[in-house]
Ligand binder design. Structure first.
Ligand SMILES: Nc1ncnc2c1ncn2[C@@H]1O[C@H](COP(=O)(O)OP(=O)(O)OP(=O)(O)O)[C@@H](O)[C@H]1O
Ligand SMILES: [Mg+2]
Length: 335
């Protein structure tokens, strides 16, 4: 859990210090008061970047040259001090954990994973397959940290292979295809198992949210059981890049069997993703942080109660105001 957070020149916070409780933390404030900015800083501590996809230099308080986020985080009784700083002029970003520099953002995520739900969830349904792969990769990594290494290895293989394809080095490609194929089978199995395992809870929780309709997700692997990556060698040589394998996998969300992308309302899309996250929490009970940016804007009274009842981890929720339910929160921060 995050115990303390201090912000220096981050977005609209010139210098601020926050303490949080292990439980539900509510951030209240008017439009533009900095609720999403604070959630963004919390998410940054976990993911090493902005969940709003903002460039680091745009996170710096206007007129300044750097930002710094410091956090004290406790996990399994161990205290971690995380520090992130970014300097505009040198474009230098430093992330340290207990004063030790870390090189891969994924190191942060494996110590300190998070689930983030915001109005960007609609993009998960509407956007390209990459958006869906990202959230599913993240969830699998929370329960299986070595999944991140598999993805890292896969991307390395892909990089090497693409360089060879581009150079038309036909004879050197086959060993890379073998490696890619082996990693594709491994990653694909973990993705398939994950979707199978979560589907029952997803169906039940979405039923509570979507007025008696059920959402589902299907996994559409790029590579068929019967195909091998080498079967596509001539096509890939022609293209000059790798076009088959888990980097081309897709996932699709459905409500009552109908494509959510085409038919669901904006609110229903957010509810679908939110229930997917809650299904994950309820099924795996992971030790992760939960960040929910204005979830109540799309929920009715019963939906709010369902969400609150599922949140057992340290959670950060923003809302413009809160008349009821205040007793559900261990800490209320007014911005
Ligand atoms: N780099 C920056 N430097 C200074 N201020 C910034 C920077 N980036 C954004 N802001 C300001 O931060 C404010 C937005 O904060 P934020 O998005 O956190 O608001 P919010 O409380 O979530 O509002 P809403 O309820 O509308 O979602 C805006 O007023 C914006 O002008
Ligand atoms: Mg906001």
């Amino acid at each position: 859990m995050i115990k303390e957070l201090s912000l220096l020149n981050f977005r609209n916070f010139s210098q601020s210090f926050f303490t949080f409780e292990n439980g539900k933390n509510l951030l209240i404030g008017t439009n533009g008061s900095g609720k999403t900015n604070l959630l963004e800083a919390i998410g940054y501590i976990s993911q090493g970047k902005s969940f709003r996809k903002t460039l680091d230099r745009d996170l710096i308080l206007w007129g300044q040259n750097f930002f710094k986020i410091e956090a004290k985080v406790e996990k399994n009784g161990i205290l971690y001090e995380i520090e992130v700083s970014y300097e505009k002029t040198t474009n230098e970003k430093r992330i340290t954990v207990n004063k030790k520099l870390i090189e891969r953002y994924s190191t942060l995520f494996s110590i300190f994973p998070s689930i983030i739900s915001s109005d960007r969830d609609q993009d998960v349904i509407d956007g390209p397959p990459l958006e869906r792969r990202k959230i599913i990769n993240r969830l699998i990594s929370i329960i299986n940290p070595s999944f991140l290494n598999l993805l890292f290895d896969y991307n390395k293989v892909l990089e090497n292979k693409n360089a060879l394809l581009k150079a038309k080095a036909t004879h050197e490609i086959s060993p890379w295809n073998q490696k890619q194929e082996q990693l594709t089978r491994e990653i694909s199995k973990l993705r398939r198992d994950f979707i199978n395992e979560i589907s029952e809870d997803f169906s039940q929780i979405s039923f509570e949210f979507l007025n008696g309709r059920r959402a589902s997700i299907s996994y559409i692997p790029s590579l068929d059981e019967k195909d091998t990556i080498n079967d596509f060698l001539s096509e890939e040589l022609e293209l000059g890049f790798s076009n088959h394998g888990v980097h081309r996998d897709n996932f699709e969300f459905f409500i009552e069997g109908k494509h959510a992308r085409t038919f669901a309302s904006e609110g229903e899309k957010r509810l679908t993703i939110l229930s997917f996250y809650l299904a994950f929490l309820s099924h795996y009970k992971p030790d992760s942080l939960i960040i929910l940016d204005e979830p109540f804007s799309v929920l009715d009274k019963r939906g709010i109660e369902v969400v609150l009842s599922h949140l057992r981890n340290q959670t950060f929720i923003s809302a413009p105001y809160m008349d009821s339910y205040k007793e559900n929160f261990q800490r209320i921060i007014e911005l």
